[in-house]
Design a protein. Structure first.
Length: 193
């Protein structure tokens, strides 16, 4: 019987949790194994929502890059949930950039419902809270904000109609968003348009 040459293995075990432990010990082989195991699944998941090959590739790359850079401080109990959650967060960031907001709004709301967010947030309560916050804004700021968000008017159009500078309009919208963001918290702010 021939003996096979044994190579030293740094990977603790091949389960997701074992790979994470090995990655936290700077094992590039474990990192590559986890990357190979999840890259395509995460890419398909993102692509089914965003339908943009380059953006989806960037999202998955960013998730794995972040995993590697934080490898010495990882505290992950469920690797799959962690990776999909990180991809979801990156998808939210894409929607916030406005790049996909109008074109893919149906996919976005479908994504929210499939990801469990729809069940975890009482939308009526959220809507009422946002309405109350908007009503707390000073009158001019409230008017500018509603013209921008509800009527989808550009800053220039608002400035012309209200006889204000474009910079004043930008400042008012920024102040309104800052107030709402602070009041709702960052997670709920992702749901605002």
């Amino acid at each position: 019987m021939m003996m096979q040459k044994m190579l030293p293995a740094k990977i603790i075990d091949i389960t997701d949790e074992g790979l994470i432990k090995s990655i936290s010990n700077d094992d590039q082989g474990a990192y590559k194994a986890l990357f190979s195991r999840y890259w395509k699944k995460l890419y398909i998941y993102a692509y089914n929502i965003l339908r943009d090959k380059d953006v989806c590739e960037d999202i998955v790359q960013e998730v794995f890059y972040d995993l590697w850079t934080r490898r010495n401080n990882l505290n992950i109990e469920n690797t799959s949930a962690y990776l999909y959650g990180a991809v979801k967060l990156q998808i939210f960031k894409q929607f916030r950039k406005n790049k996909f907001r109008n074109v893919h709004s149906d996919q976005f709301y479908e994504f929210l419902s499939e990801s469990g967010i729809a069940e975890s947030i009482e939308y009526n309560e959220l809507h009422n809270k946002v309405e109350r916050l908007i009503n707390e804004l000073p009158e001019q700021r409230k008017l500018i904000f509603l013209m921008s968000r509800n009527d989808e008017r550009s800053n220039k159009e608002i400035a012309l109609e209200l006889n204000l500078s474009v910079q004043t309009v930008k400042n008012q919208i920024s102040a309104a968003l800052k107030f709402i963001r602070k009041s709702l918290g960052l997670i709920l702010f992702f749901l605002l348009k």
